[in-house]
Design a protein around this ligand. Structure first.
Ligand code: FAD
Ligand code: NAP
Length: 337
């Protein structure tokens, strides 16, 4: 186990913020993880887990120990004529697992193609895109409590998945290291093509027969055309969640904003946060090295040398202006460290 001191984290976050971790260690094996947890407990060191660093904004230097998860491995643990259960170690790259499932023609996660990050972070915010969420394929996960070192299997119900949310963002926030995630993939896949512009993209691709592969390809093409590539412009995807409002509030707003876009939810209406932010005039906004992406107002960007605190301040200004104009409180999706 090689603990590095005063480690620059520039290479470990997609926002491209150069912060410094007091201590840093890369974990390749479960035995190394156990050794490290014993060390951290003995020294009462604060622990911070990083996977792909694609959902984090660093706003100051990190006290304690940053643990970079590189636990690798994938295994089919159950199979019948309709379904396979695949258990993926948490340091596996999410999109590589998607590509594996597409190559095998196992359906379920193709709409989640090209989401950056690791398997272990996927349950944290119940990753979602194009009408599919992790919870739709989730079977169980194995986690280890950071202080008691007890291992626990979390069932679907125990994870309390919700829109970009789970128990790991609420009651158990910061308490567990997720070791592995098991997903159920279908051998008789039903493609979901109605969300967003998937069907339109497949028409442009001249797809004759819809397949897992064509859906994945379409999603990849759409994402590449709409979203800034973190390798070129620092970002963490959507900075805010799409807010949900009541039907009463929706009707009131609709009187003033006839073209207010919305989607039905169980309790009311989901409003695209990007539309609200754009209506407040932020789309394409730039100040020094940070701003709001010109194609996607939900994505805050670091053009090169922005500070995390600048981006956080910008997000506060956006929240205030949306609150003032629409009386809707935006909530951040990105984890602030
Ligand atoms: P990190 O950013 O490293 O960590 C995120 C949080 O999870 C942190 O609190 C961290 O401590 C915790 N964590 C990470 N691994 C573990 C573990 N093994 N055990 C316990 N805690 C852990 N998200 C979506 O939902 N849908 C999208 O379509 C989407 N598109 C994106 C597009 C772009 C261009 C970018 C940059 C981001 C996008 N995201 C999207 C956000 C992000 O990719 C996901 O949230 C992803 O799951 C984060 O994975 P990560 O490994 O990078 O997590
Ligand atoms: P989009 O297609 O322009 O749609 C704008 C918003 O409307 C989306 O946020 C989506 O909500 C909602 N929406 C669209 N069609 C819908 C439908 N049929 N039913 C319900 N809601 C619908 O969105 P986009 O920005 O290009 O993103 C496409 C997908 O990728 C979305 O699912 C988005 O969540 C996901 N994405 C997520 C991140 C992230 O960091 N979290 C980054 C990029 C893209 P939902 O967001 O609830 O799906």
């Amino acid at each position: 186990m090689n603990i590095e001191h005063n480690k620059h984290l520039l290479a470990y976050n997609t926002f491209g913020i150069d912060t410094i971790a007091e201590e840093f260690v890369q974990i390749n094996l479960e035995s190394e993880l156990m050794e490290l947890l014993h060390y951290a407990n003995k020294n009462q060191t604060a622990l911070h887990i990083i996977g792909g660093g694609s959902n984090i904004l660093f706003v100051h230097d990190i006290k304690g120990l940053v643990l970079l998860n590189q636990l690798k491995g994938m295994q089919i643990v159950y199979e019948d004529k309709d379904i396979v259960h695949v258990k993926c170690m948490s340091g596996e790259v999410w999109h590589e697992c998607v590509l594996w499932s597409v190559a095998k023609n196992y359906g379920g996660i193709e709409n989640l193609s090209l989401i950056p990050g690791t398997i272990g972070a996927a349950p944290i915010q119940n990753i979602g895109a194009y009408g599919v969420e992790l919870k739709d394929v989730f079977v169980e996960l194995e986690a280890i409590h950071l202080r008691t070192l007890e291992k626990k299997i979390f069932t679907h119900q125990e994870c309390a998945f919700a829109y970009r949310d789970s128990i790991f963002k609420t009651k158990e926030k910061g308490n567990y290291f997720i070791l592995s995630v098991t997903m159920a993939l279908s051998k008789q896949p039903i493609c979901k093509t109605t969300y967003g512009t998937i069907q339109q993209e497949m028409n442009e691709m001249k797809v004759d027969a819809v397949s897992i592969k064509s859906v994945s390809d379409a999603v990849i093409r759409i994402r590449r055309s709409k979203l800034p590539n973190p390798a070129e412009i620092g970002n963490a995807g959507s900075f805010f969640k799409n807010p949900e409002i009541t039907l009463v509030q929706f009707e009131q707003l609709k009187n003033t904003y006839e073209d207010l876009p919305s989607y039905d939810t169980v309790n009311g209406k989901k409003i695209p946060a990007a539309w609200l932010i754009e209506m407040c005039g932020w789309k394409g906004y730039r100040e020094n090295d940070f701003g709001v992406h010109h194609k996607q107002a939900l994505v805050l960007v670091n053009y090169q040398h922005a500070k995390g605190s600048d981006i956080l301040l910008l997000s506060e200004k956006i929240i205030s202006s949306v609150q003032e104009k629409f009386s809707i409180q935006l909530e951040r999706e990105v984890n602030i460290w």
